[in-house]
Design a protein around this ligand. Sequence first.
Ligand code: NAD
Ligand code: TYD
Length: 332
Amino acid sequence: MRLLVTGGAGFMGSNFIRFILSKYKEYEVVNLDKLTYAGNLDNLKDIEDNPRYSFVKGDIADPKIVSEVVPGVDAILNYAAETHVDRSIMWARDFAVTDVIGTLTLLEAVNTYKIPVMVQISTDEVFGSTEKGVFAEESPFLPNSPYSASKAGGDLMCRAFLKTYSTPVIVTHSVNFYGPYQYPEKVIPLFVTNLIEGKKVPLYGKGLNRRQWIYTEDHCRAVDVILHKGVAGEVYNITTGDEISNIELTKQILGELGKDKDSIEYVKDRPGHDFRYALTNDRLQDLGWSPETSFTEGVKKTVAWYRDNEWWWKKLKDAKYQEYYSKQYTER
Ligand code: NAD
Ligand code: TYD
């Protein structure tokens, strides 16, 4: 099999490429990535010389580059996206271009080059927030942030292509990911690296918002099962069911790093902050998947990885790096 993984230089895309190349010794992977602030070839240092891996720098919203990399692949896994809610509040337009138009461009290529399947990697955030309920695959979309609205737009484009052209596309909605190589803007790597640096952690509001969490390897295993056993045209939710409030999560991280609550700084809440996301995933379980890493165990592994890999994250937190990449948005 020859796979095109888009956004493969990001957090989960790079973990997936590593997982696939090690599990399937005959598979080839092409990685198409624009290398935004979140795309980092350091994530793939250990596999860059693998003869079954190749990298192409390019934008999924650019039909020309897409038409160069898509022909002949057996599947497309679309991990490429603008992904951070707080950035989407500042630069909504960039999110719409990549997450909607980028997805559309890939779907058009699936039709043109008759690609057997595309797997759209998406989020539980498209369903909006729920105080007590759980979202199933058919739940309506009620996105609240420019990020979740953009992802919902991409996912709806997948649905429209399926209905209109019978495009073979599978949509996945996942709960929050965490683990090695996650850019230190998302809550877990931000808090872990701040504490290693002796800084405080900025907890939004009262820290009562709730999320479900999935460790990298469990997510890679879920996408692997969906790619090989999933039904084209189907939607699959991905969750472990591990749910925790932000304050409980923070206390767990503080405990792992031997810090106390004095390291918490309660800061102004995120505008439109979704209170809670929660999913059911019966369809994925029917394919034979179940999680292997508990949240407690996953946090331990994640903290250990960030402790051992300061070379990877130190420069990403550097003010100059942040400034350089912010300009890519503001200068548009
Ligand atoms: P990330 O932000 O770490 O990486 C995104 C990657 O996409 C980067 O390498 C970036 O350079 C690349 N990219 C951005 N715009 C591009 C474009 N126009 N063309 C080509 N490449 C582009 O993302 P992640 O956290 O690994 O998320 C991967 C996918 O999973 C996304 O689609 C995201 O919406 C979805 N998702 C993420 C989470 C989470 O908790 N992080 C949860 C559920 C779903
Ligand atoms: P985040 O990692 O940005 O993921 P998402 O918003 O996509 O779920 O945030 C996870 C939770 O942590 C969310 O409720 C917001 C909260 N949070 C903080 O309290 N402080 C922070 O600095 C960040 C980045 C997030």
